[in-house]
Design a protein around this ligand. Structure first.
Ligand SMILES: Cc1cc2nc3c(=O)[nH]c(=O)nc-3n(C[C@H](O)[C@H](O)[C@H](O)COP(=O)(O)OP(=O)(O)OC[C@H]3O[C@@H](n4cnc5c(N)ncnc54)[C@H](O)[C@@H]3O)c2cc1C
Length: 357
């Protein structure tokens, strides 16, 4: 049995208390959120913090709300809460697409959005989704708070701009009228980390693309984004040919490596294919929205659950994955055996409520 090294434990009772604890115990202190990444790393002695500051009691960091034209997600929001969120699914179906294919119900029930982003795994799904949506992150520290664009949040594998005395508090996504978004992932098996995944968000004027966001994960894309493909799409017609070309450009500008998840050329092929497929689904959703005539961002939607449980749901919709079957990152699996996850799924479809990307 793997056992972590000795560690001291402190339970924070408020954000201010958490920040005070981080300051008091210094750089060897780590925030404990869901623990799904941190605890295994401690067991393997890849992480050996002196003190854990447990933030699980901080209900003020657990919410999804639409405020001041932004979807705001508290850092302690669980994956399952985001997957169950009507507001998130209606404004940004890409988030439901991505959440449906992250790990398994056990991980999603307790793993947090903030923990996923701060873990900064180069294969993290939400990093690509938030890059596509051009989200920003609210970070709180002893000197106050600051906002960092999602594309500047990660400074390298397993590294972010969050300093040791700071907390990621909130993720913010601007809600813009119209638009559509989608996420496409290939993993070796259900619930596994991606071999590659792509997220897309587009906005249209008639048949012309006015703005596009493309996120890529697990293929060494700078800042989890495909900026050159986004530039190509701006002002281009919303056609399959444009999406194919955007996919090729995205693939040309990422840097996949060959590993146990697959050879680099296969991953590059996936980057191209999944980008164009995500764009096509995003377009269809944008067109459906336009037909529905419901393009105005709504305000004041608020989903809070202090204890992290998802209101009215014992489990997670649409997934039957057994606990523990997600597999450890980087383990086993033959290249080329990936399955497309999320294809054809329409988690936000048919729900009443506001519309967005
Ligand atoms: C079996 C398995 C399968 C998985 N599959 C996938 C997958 O397919 N796709 C995917 O994207 N992810 C996957 N994951 C990752 C999973 O989503 C993350 O492990 C988990 O959600 C991380 O969140 P956490 O709350 O558990 O973070 P923790 O483990 O508690 O923390 C992770 C890191 O973030 C820091 N941290 C946490 N919260 C904050 C905060 N608010 N401010 C500052 N620092 C903070 C911690 O100090 C730690 O360094 C998988 C994980 C497992 C165990």
């Amino acid at each position: 049995m793997q056992v972590p090294a000795h560690v001291d434990y402190e339970k924070a009772t408020s954000v201010e208390h958490a920040l005070a604890l981080l300051a008091r115990f210094g750089p060897e202190t780590r925030v404990l959120a869901g623990g799904h990444s941190l605890i295994p790393m401690m067991k393997l002695r890849l992480a050996q913090p002196g003190t854990l500051v447990d933030i699980n009691g901080l209900s003020e960091l657990s919410y999804i709300t639409v405020t001041e034209g932004e979807l705001r997600i508290g850092a302690l929001t669980r994956h399952a809460q985001l997957l169950a969120s009507a507001a998130a699914g209606a404004h940004f179906p890409i988030l439901h697409d991505a959440e449906q294919v992250i790990a398994d119900p056990v991980v999603r029930n307790w793993g947090t959005i903030g923990g996923s982003l701060c873990q900064a795994d180069p294969s993290e799904d939400l990093s690509a989704a938030f890059a596509a949506l051009q989200a920003s992150m609210l970070i709180q520290g002893p000197a106050g708070s600051r906002i960092v664009p999602a594309r500047e949040f990660h400074t390298g594998p397993y590294e972010t701009v969050v300093a040791s005395a700071e907390l990621l508090a909130e993720i913010r996504i601007p809600v813009r009228p119209g638009g559509g978004s989608a996420y496409q992932k290939v993993g070796r098996r259900v619930g596994d980390w991606p071999v590659c995944a792509a997220g897309a968000a587009i906005w249209l004027s008639g048949d012309t693309i006015t703005a596009a966001g493309i996120g890529l994960t697990a293929v060494g894309a700078p800042s989890f984004a495909a900026a050159e493909a986004e530039d190509f799409l701006r002002g281009a017609p919303a056609t399959e040919a444009s999406f194919r070309r955007a996919g090729q450009i995205a693939a040309e500008h990422c840097h996949p490596v060959s590993d146990q998840r697959g050879p680099a050329d296969y991953k590059r092929h996936l980057a191209s294919e999944l980008t164009s497929r995500a764009l096509a689904v995003a377009l269809r959703r944008a067109q459906e929205r336009e037909l529905a005539g419901d393009q105005q961002p709504a305000q004041g939607e608020d989903e809070r659950q202090g204890d992290g449980r998802v209101p009215g749901r014992g489990g997670v919709p649409g997934r039957g994955g057994a606990p523990g079957k997600g597999g450890a990152p980087g383990k086993g699996g033959a290249p080329g055996k990936g399955r497309v996850q999320g294809k054809g799924q329409e988690p936000g479809k048919g729900r009443a409520g506001p519309r967005g990307a």
